[in-house]
Write a protein that binds this ligand. Structure first.
Ligand SMILES: [Zn+2]
Ligand SMILES: [Zn+2]
Length: 424
């Protein structure tokens, strides 16, 4: 029987895994320098967690969640995004009594039943950060600066697009305006938007259906209707960005597809011709924790799609060469040399070298071919003669240079290889 991975999932094989580890390490390193700490949360949550936070009228909740009843009849959902679970944990673990701000980051696999396409999977990965406890524009600027430094260290060409969607107060007024704007066009809207019009007109702005987009082009934008507080907050964020040297474009069209955002929303967009698109999205969510039953704690964060990021890094030629070669390949001339080879290999690994020794019982000729294919830096052959004399020939593959070493003295072998490695 032949099995395939389910549609929208994929295997990541070692050549590609190295690239994943590269971006993961970089992300952890940047987060670490901003003093953010990693949180790991469950893969599934009670469905209610996402209904309350992400919002019942969003596409994510209405169409894309993997929701199922477990054997005792509880409704559970595979996490479709990271913030809701982190917020649930923040409340449940009493993090509101930690010193503020609580700075967290995560690397998560997520699940959405979506149309599958280039770089779009049903199981996908995001890196993200969440900072809880500060409502100040300083915090927005810090989170944006973190994302920007991450992209800068990867060498990615990108531009920040930023907007404000205000607080519930300014939004209430604006929703009325939106409703009045769309109402005469109601018949031309897609069926989803016809429903959204009554329940949450803000969602109409980011509908992807072309007929809706045409109507939305001249709809009023929230940025023009902010109250004084929200306007001042936004202006301060922009001031920070200018002083940090982070270029931005004010983009009134950004609303983000999730209900919990307030005030600042932003996206990083690729600047590469041909692959433009959003690589990271985030914003402030000052009412989320309260909505989910916690105290009134402001928050701000972002998430970025790792699959999309890797595609973009490749398109921009930013991915490093990460092939890994053995430092040493130990070949066997006789079966009896196997134990000695394994012992030497283990000793060298203890000292930090990447070593392979023959374990497939191949002929010496086949082993040397394998050593060549693996691009091992050095080869050492052990056989009857070497076992008797305690010396062996260490051959450097590239230069053909040969050294006689006392192979029983792992430290000496290590020294030869290491000196050469450091010199390169
Ligand atoms: Zn406001
Ligand atoms: Zn629509």
């Amino acid at each position: 029987m032949l099995y395939n991975a389910p549609r929208g999932t994929r295997d990541i094989l070692p050549d590609e895994t190295r690239l994943w580890q590269y971006v993961e390490d970089k992300f952890r390193s940047v987060c670490d320098r901003f003093a953010y700490e990693e949180i790991r949360i469950p893969t599934f949550e009670h469905t209610e967690v996402f209904l309350r936070s992400v919002g019942e009228t969003t596409d994510v909740v209405q169409k894309e969640m993997y929701t199922f009843d477990d054997k005792s009849g509880r409704s559970l959902t595979l996490r479709p995004e990271g913030t809701a679970g982190v917020a649930r944990s923040f409340i449940e673990q009493g993090m509101s009594s930690n010193p503020y701000p609580v700075r967290l980051y995560y690397l998560l696999n997520l699940f959405r039943y979506e149309r599958v396409g280039k770089g779009r999977y049903r199981e996908f990965n995001q890196f993200g950060v969440e900072a809880f406890g500060s409502g100040e524009p300083d915090m927005d600027a810090e989170v944006i600066a973190l994302a920007d430094l991450f992209f800068a260290e990867l060498g990615l060409k990108r531009r920040l697009h930023i907007n404000s969607i205000g607080c519930p107060e300014c939004r209430g007024e604006y929703q009325k305006l939106l409703y009045e704007y769309y109402l005469p066009h109601a018949a031309e809207l897609c069926p989803d938007c016809q429903q959204r019009l009554e329940r949450n007109p803000l969602r109409l702005i980011d509908c992807k259906v072309e007929s809706c987009r045409a109507i939305s082009r001249s709809a009023p934008r929230l940025l023009d209707y902010l109250d004084e507080d929200c306007r001042a907050h936004f202006d301060r964020v922009l001031e920070f960005l200018r002083s940090l040297g982070i270029e931005y474009t004010i983009d009134k069209d950004i609303v983000r597809g999730l209900d919990y955002y307030t005030k600042t929303v932003f996206e990083f967009v690729s600047e590469n011709v041909g692959t433009q698109g959003t690589i990271c999205g985030g914003g402030r969510y000052d009412t989320l924790i309260e909505t989910m039953g916690g105290e009134e704690v402001p928050g701000v964060g972002f998430a970025l799609g790792v699959e999309r990021l890797l595609m973009e890094l490749e398109a921009q030629g930013c991915l490093p060469e990460l092939a890994q070669y053995p430092d040493l390949f130990i070949a066997l001339q006789t079966e009896a040399a196997g134990a000695a080879a394994a012992g030497l290999a283990l000793e060298l690994r203890r000292r930090g070298l990447r070593v392979v020794s023959e374990v497939c019982g191949r002929s010496l000729r086949a082993q040397l071919k394998q050593a060549d294919r693996s691009a091992a830096r050095w080869v050492l052959v052990l056989g009857g003669n070497e076992l008797e004399t305690g010396t062996a020939e260490l051959r450097q593959m590239e230069s053909g240079e040969r050294l006689t070493v006392n192979w029983c003295d792992a430290a000496a072998v290590w020294q030869e290889i290491k000196e050469n490695k450091d010199a390169n």
